[in-house]
Write a protein that binds this ligand. Sequence first.
Ligand code: AMP
Ligand code: ZN
Length: 268
Amino acid sequence: MKGYLDNPYHSKVHAQDVAQTCNFLLSKCKFIEIGQLDEQDIACVLIAGAIHDYGHPGLTNAFLINSRNELALTYNDQSVLEMYHPSQCFKIAWGNQKVNIFENLQFHKYRRIRESIILMVLSTDMAHHASELAITNSRIAAPDFEPNGKDKQRLMDLIVHSSDVSNPTKSFEIYKQWTEKVLAEFWLQGDKERDLGLPISYLCNRFTTNTAEAQVGFIDYVVKPTFACVLGFLPAYEPFFQNLDKNKAKWQELIEYYKQQLASIQPK
Ligand code: AMP
Ligand code: ZN
């Protein structure tokens, strides 16, 4: 966890939270049984959850691309951070025998594990969220759907991606803290964009973003469709799915309050 920076949101606590949420979906919601995961699969999911934002600079892919950052140049503007996170981790493993958990694996096994972890981290790129979710939904509905066979990796990808956007599924008290953290990070980026004369990214303008409205949109357009898909193959998730509507109703009640807050901080 050492390489996680001290960002408001993308910190080691977020990584631990995502790994723990993966563990919850694997065990409590029975993905281990449904996907017939072996020890190697389980280790891959937990490692992917733990490393998925390793070295995150607290800035989005769009910012890195627009500001011609070195990372965007290295990864040709394609899933810049999601390429960077596992790349750094595998480099660290192979650069130091003491921490190389892959060293004693047979080569073909190592190749499979490496591929699986990289695919799961790449699946956390929000740019692919809608297209991948549509494919996963159609696989779940297909007569030849095999959660413990040819569809297993796709479902493992969704376990990590859904855990990554799972804070609206938690208790409102916890969720609200994550919301404040993610928006604090976005607004620092927005300040940078304003200073550099770059377009201010979605949700990154501290003077116009209504926190409650943003969360209602995030639940409706991202989180609910994601967990509806999870529910399609993990029926044990059902009692937790209801938190989304409860939390959405709480944010709806707060929209007016945040409107007034925004009105009071308008720049002169
Ligand atoms: P990651 O950067 O890997 O953590 O990807 C997850 C993305 O989901 C974040 O970068 C945010 O864009 C988005 N996200 C997660 N939680 C929230 C939230 N509460 N409100 C708005 N966006 C969120
Ligand atoms: Zn993340």
